[in-house]
Design a protein around this ligand. Structure first.
Ligand code: 9MG
Length: 270
């Protein structure tokens, strides 16, 4: 899954895709096309910054950022478009324009989100975040057993989805690296992520260029690729099925190599 941020304040890839209140069409298309060429099967378009401390975006602004980019990519490229949003009206409009998936860092927790997502008929990724919003999530994250607590939260959200008419066959789960978690929490979460496989749903993971890599290696955001690839290898080995990244080509190689080694082990046992 390649990341396409159409926000003025993306923490990791600058603001090059968005100027003067609207996505810059040629840049959006060029970035999306190059990620597809490099092997991305899904493009995740986001119009709300979810970095720690980011402020809210209005509904109209989010629609103005996301929908033109979605329409353009739908028209020009053969790829599944995921919509990174927590906003019911964005779900509805994006589904109408042909989006293939919803990716919600608030796990459909906003008012009306469960019903709106259910009505789209689309697959949904439910992500764990401690704290209610990106604005407050890093204030004082605390866990007794992070894997158990992330697992409990995701299990509850799956139940809420099922009650709202979103079947398990439409759900993916994400432990939410960096969302209400310290470095130690993120390291423990990655180290023991295989325990989340017991939830019985596909796992999606996003660590690309995140602060956890910067903190562990003391690297600025533009020097986190090697650290990020290490986390990708570990996540795939622990059961991740979709990896959300900025650097698609390098990640595809890392995933393919990891899978080649994993398949060899399976062959030996057969
Ligand atoms: C939007 N967004 C930013 N980070 C993310 C992550 O780790 N997972 C998912 N699903 N979405 C994310």
């Amino acid at each position: 899954m390649g990341i396409l941020n159409v926000t003025p304040d993306s923490f990791s890839d600058g603001n090059t895709l968005y100027q003067a209140g609207q996505p810059v069409a040629e840049k959006v298309l060029r970035r999306a096309a190059s990620m597809v060429e490099e092997g991305a099967k899904i493009i995740d378009i986001g119009g709300e910054s979810t970095r720690p401390g980011a402020s809210d975006v209005s509904l109209q602004e989010e629609l103005d950022r996301v929908l033109p980019a979605l329409e353009l990519i739908q028209r020009e490229l053969d790829v599944i478009v995921s919509i990174d949003s927590s906003t019911p009206q964005v779900f509805t409009e994006a589904a109408r324009l042909g989006a293939g998936m919803l990716n919600d860092v608030r796990a459909l927790g906003r008012d009306g989100a469960l019903a709106a997502a259910a009505a789209t008929g689309l697959p949904v990724c439910l992500m764990h975040m401690q704290g209610n919003t990106p604005a407050d999530m890093q204030l004082a994250p605390h866990y007794e057993d992070i894997i158990a607590e992330v697992g409990d939260f995701l299990r509850q959200r799956v139940t809420a989805c099922e009650q709202a008419g979103i079947g398990r066959d439409r759900l993916l789960l994400d432990p939410g690296f960096g969302f209400g978690k310290t470095l130690e929490h993120n390291l423990r979460l990655l180290n023991q992520m295989q325990r989340l496989q017991s939830l019985g749903l596909p796992l999606l993971v996003g660590t690309s260029r995140k602060t956890m890599i910067g903190q562990a290696l003391d690297r600025p955001v533009d020097q986190r690729l090697a650290g990020g690839l290490a986390t990708v290898v570990m996540a795939v080995e622990r059961g991740a099925k979709i990896i959300r990244v900025h650097d698609v080509a390098a990640t595809v190689d890392a995933v393919r190599m990891t899978e080649a080694v994993m398949m060899e082990t399976k062959g030996e046992q057969a």
